[in-house]
Design a protein around this ligand. Structure first.
Ligand SMILES: *Cc1c(COP(=O)(O)O)cnc(C)c1O
Length: 484
């Protein structure tokens, strides 16, 4: 499988190259040159497979020659062994044709585990065969950091440096990162806010010498392998609700457009998805876009669903590439104009194409709390603020679909206990905290406090990455490639 850039002006890459590369050199995002297709017979055949078997069947075509199927299957089995539920992505009937897909059965209780457990192991595997190591550097306000750290714990060739704003991450989320006891994980608490953490990371990535020396890499949501892994739960849900004989719709609380783009990818692979319904919080750039055909940047303000507080949805460019019939020059021009003016307007034909598949609605914090309370009252199920927005979107916009008997699957992207304050505010009592989270309080926390100073962060990363590399060499060349 080859991957091409959405801006049409960067070299095509193989899977292992795309895995280790973030943005393409032309500033675009990589997408597969051709979608692997699964016809009705292939889908029927897959319905009885386990989740892990579905992952291998559906995603190995994306990996291709980069990793032989048997070795890939081992990595997949290992990735999902840390999940505490069988099936891995269970469905719960909420009534009214709406089904909740629980994507919080991984180690950090949020859907990012479904991709990042695999991505960490893929990194390690590819690096091992190349005799290389990398340094993952990132900034987090919560969810992404813990999922990325957890995904890399078992990956000795990957060092993870994760910056979080000191005292500004929820206690649960901080402990999920800082209680991880692994020599390759380095938590850095920056004495400033999240924007500052992000600026520090950006500055270090823009420092070419540092980036090359440290072999900096990222596991952010534009990484192709994350999208690939996320396509699987769309298949698993639809197959258990009657696909390929019946269509299924999905409602997705989204920020960076990564998760819902994976649904789009599943459809391109042959899954009969009728509609993709998007839920956003008051940072509603996507809802405004799908309502009007014009994307327009606004300020971001904090919400109860922080993982969806974004200004620009980076993965949207992958959809735009297809809407523009894969014309990279057109995408380049549109993105340049968007950066300059803060506006991107689709022509009518493209907008129609998008509108046939996607619809969107937004919900502010007050509405989110009401939605949590309402679902709890009606179904006894507690939702976290992100998932509540997805369920609300399903109930608002799934109507057309359900009236014709098309089920809607709403994606629950996090366990409610990760957001206990919001849940308590919604239902008037604190939720029970499940053991994996409650138990964290007993573990020692490890993190380094640093000032908001790029030289201090650079020096810390340099020093500790060097020690890790040296230890690996001392152990007999784990980082020098496989000895025959
Ligand atoms: C990251 C995240 C989202 C948003 O996912 P995107 O891929 O950016 O759309 C939604 N909910 C939760 C709980 C998350 O952690």
């Amino acid at each position: 499988m080859r991957y091409i850039s959405s801006r049409g002006d960067a070299p095509a890459l193989s899977f292992d190259e795309v895995l280790l590369t973030g943005l393409a050199l032309d500033g675009g995002l990589y997408v597969p040159e051709k979608w692997p297709r699964f016809d009705a017979a292939a889908l029927r055949d897959m319905a009885s497979l386990s989740y892990v078997e579905q992952v291998v069947r559906l995603t190995h075509p994306f990996v291709g020659k980069a990793i032989p199927e048997a070795a890939y299957a081992d990595l997949v089995v290992d990735s999902y062994s840390a999940f505490d539920h069988d099936p891995v992505a269970p469905l719960v009937d909420l009534g009214g044709g709406i089904h909740l897909m629980e994507l919080f059965h991984g180690p950090t209780l949020a859907f990012k585990d479904y991709a990042l457990q695999l991505v960490g192991r893929l990194f390690n595997h590819v690096l091992e065969s190349r005799g290389e190591r990398v340094t993952i550097l990132g900034a987090t306000s919560g969810d992404t950091g813990s999922a990325a750290i957890s995904g890399c714990v078992a990956c000795p060739l990957v060092d993870v440096f994760m910056l979080h704003p000191k005292g500004r991450v929820s206690e649960v989320q901080r402990r999920q990162m800082t209680t991880v006891d692994a020599p390759n994980v380095f938590n850095i608490a920056i004495d400033d806010d999240f924007d500052c953490c992000q600026d520090l990371v950006k500055t270090l990535f823009n420092d070419t010498a540092f980036r090359n020396d440290m072999r900096l890499s990222a596991v952010n949501s534009i990484n192709w392998a994350r999208i690939m892994a996320q396509t699987v739960y769309y298949f698993s849900a639809a197959l258990s609700l009657g696909a390929p004989e019946h269509e299924v719709s999905f409602a997705v609380p989204t920020g960076n457009f990564g998760n819902v783009y994976a649904g789009y990818a599943a459809r391109c692979m042959g899954l009969p998805i009728k509609r993709l319904i998007i839920g956003s919080n008051h940072n509603d750039i996507l809802t405004r876009f799908f309502d009007s055909g014009t994307m327009e940047m606004h300020e971001v303000t904090p919400s109860l669903s922080p993982s969806m507080d974004i200004q620009v949805s980076s993965n949207f460019e992958r959809l735009l590439f297809d809407l523009y019939n894969r014309d990279g020059k057109r995408v380049t021009a549109a993105m340049a104009k968007f950066r300059e003016s803060g506006r991107l307007k689709l022509d009518l034909e493209c907008y129609r194409t998008a509108y046939e598949l996607f619809s969107a609605c937004c919900l502010d914090d007050e509405g989110t709390l009401a939605a949590i309370a309402q679902e709890y009252k009606n179904t006894g199920i507690l939702l976290d603020p992100h998932s509540a927005i997805g369920v609300y979107a399903a109930r608002q916009l799934g109507g057309d679909a359900t009236a014709e008997g098309t089920p809607v699957v709403a994606l629950a992207t996090a366990h409610h206990a990760k957001f206990p304050e919001a849940v308590e505010e919604a239902i008037g009592m604190p939720p029970q905290i499940p053991e994996p989270l409650a138990g964290l309080a007993g573990f020692k926390e490890r993190f380094q406090v640093l000032p908001a100073d790029v030289d201090a962060v650079a020096a810390y990363v340099r020093e500790h990455a060097a020690v890790m590399a040296q230890t690996a060499r001392g152990r007999g060349g784990e980082s020098e490639g496989k000895t025959p």
